[in-house]
Design a protein around this ligand. Structure first.
Ligand SMILES: *Cc1c(COP(=O)(O)O)cnc(C)c1O
Length: 394
């Protein structure tokens, strides 16, 4: 099997599994218990907090463990909105191609009377910091722009956007779920006030993540109860997952340069090969792109059929985002970069990781053109295009 869907989730590394196993076997006390056995666990959680903080340039007391990227996004957005509301500020700036874990809470806030401005995305998958400057108003209480897009891999100019927000004293949140462990992060240098991360996107376990909130940013609870996470996120800590995430994050950061170099070579090979397929187009820019991300649209095919046929050939990939597969709606990300509905339906995302090989890429490059050709040959729409009854778009 060739696993090329690392933007959806990643495999746990052996070291991570070992760290979690020994935690579950030996360190299973409740960190809130006062006896030594519980306190040993509390110490492990605190050490993990320090190590996670160090990986992104934060202070330990700025890290809140959550259940993952979705929860962190929700808490960051709701908190900033509530803080804004207290000061009569109810305008939020975000973008059209954010993850649903950002878009859906924003939609909810809109129903509560907030004004949500979703900036358009350039067809190359980028947002210009100038767009942020122009959108910010007196009553803006939050800017939320993702660090890297999960479908088309765009890397956004976070540092510049952060600098603009800092100058105007507006809290800046970034959904960095696709970036943490893959791109360098320094919340100080990049002027980030709130950041979401999720362990299962960097070879850690699922159901654990963190919210970084700069000192002085007041958080609103999504879950009320005990005093865990300094009262901001109740519920007994998922200690093995916290330990696993910490090990995974340190591993990813330690090998980042080496992995990036390897991935860039594989990505280039993949993009060059897939570009040879007629009536196909790369989504997003080549330049500002996650090292492992390749996203294409193929005219005249349907993404889901493509995936199923690739699965028969032992290749795991994705079309649109995992959350939208199963629905017939085309990806909001592809629509945001201006792909027409018909084209957006024929998308393929391959997200590689350092465990992928040159041989994997060669096999993908053999399989995809075969499957695309097969699907086009059985498509009446494609026949019409070839007969000139319909125009080609790509
Ligand atoms: C995966 C992902 C999320 C959601 O993270 P979970 O931990 O699965 O809840 C949010 N944002 C982006 C960009 C993602 O890729």
């Amino acid at each position: 099997m060739i696993y090329a869907d690392n933007a959806a989730t990643t495999k746990l590394s052996h070291t991570v599994i070992q760290s979690m196993l020994s935690c579950m076997e030996e360190n299973w006390g409740n960190p809130s218990s006062l006896y030594h056995f519980g306190q040993k666990t509390a110490e492990a959680v605190n050490a993990a907090r320090e190590r996670v903080a160090a990986c992104i340039g934060a202070m330990p007391d700025e890290i809140y463990f959550t259940s993952g990227g979705s929860e962190s996004d929700n808490q960051a957005i709701i908190s900033a909105a509530k803080n804004g509301e207290r000061n009569g500020k109810k305008h939020i700036v975000s973008s059209a191609f954010e993850h649903h874990a950002v878009l859906h809470p924003l939609k909810k806030l809109e129903k509560e009377g907030f004004e949500i401005e979703l900036l358009p995305v350039h067809e190359n998958g980028m947002i210009d910091p100038e767009q942020i400057s122009q959108a910010i108003r007196e009553d803006t209480c939050l800017v939320s722009i993702m660090y890297a897009n999960n479908e088309i891999g765009s890397i956004l100019p976070i540092e510049k956007i952060g600098a603009i927000c800092r100058e105007k004293k507006i809290p800046f949140h970034t959904d960095a779920v696709q970036a943490v462990g893959h791109l360098p992060i320094d919340v100080q240098k990049q002027n980030i006030d709130l950041l979401s991360l999720s362990a299962h996107k960097f070879h850690g376990p699922k159901g654990i993540g963190a919210l970084y909130a700069r000192r002085g940013i007041f958080l609103t609870n999504l879950i009320e109860g005990g005093a865990q996470e300094r009262g901001k996120r109740s519920g007994t800590e998922n200690v093995p997952a916290i330990i696993g995430m910490t090990i995974a994050l340190e591993d990813s950061c330690r090998h980042m340069e080496e992995h990036t170099k390897k991935l860039l070579a594989l990505r280039t090979q993949l993009i060059e090969g897939l570009s040879k397929i007629p009536h196909a187009a790369l989504n997003g820019s080549v330049q500002h792109r996650l090292p492992g991300n390749v996203s294409f649209c193929f005219e005249g095919i349907e993404g889901e059929s493509l995936l199923l046929l690739l699965d028969d050939k032992g290749i795991c990939a994705s079309s649109g985002s995992a959350c939208t597969s199963g629905s017939l709606d085309p990806s909001h990300v592809l629509l945001a970069i201006g792909r027409p509905h018909e084209i957006a339906h024929g998308s393929l995302r391959l997200s590689l990781d350092a465990e992928n090989t040159k041989e994997d890429v060669e096999q993908i490059l053999k399989a995809v053109p075969e499957v695309v050709e097969y699907l086009r040959n059985i498509s009446p729409l494609w026949k019409d295009k070839q007969n000139g009854k319909r125009a080609f778009i790509l």
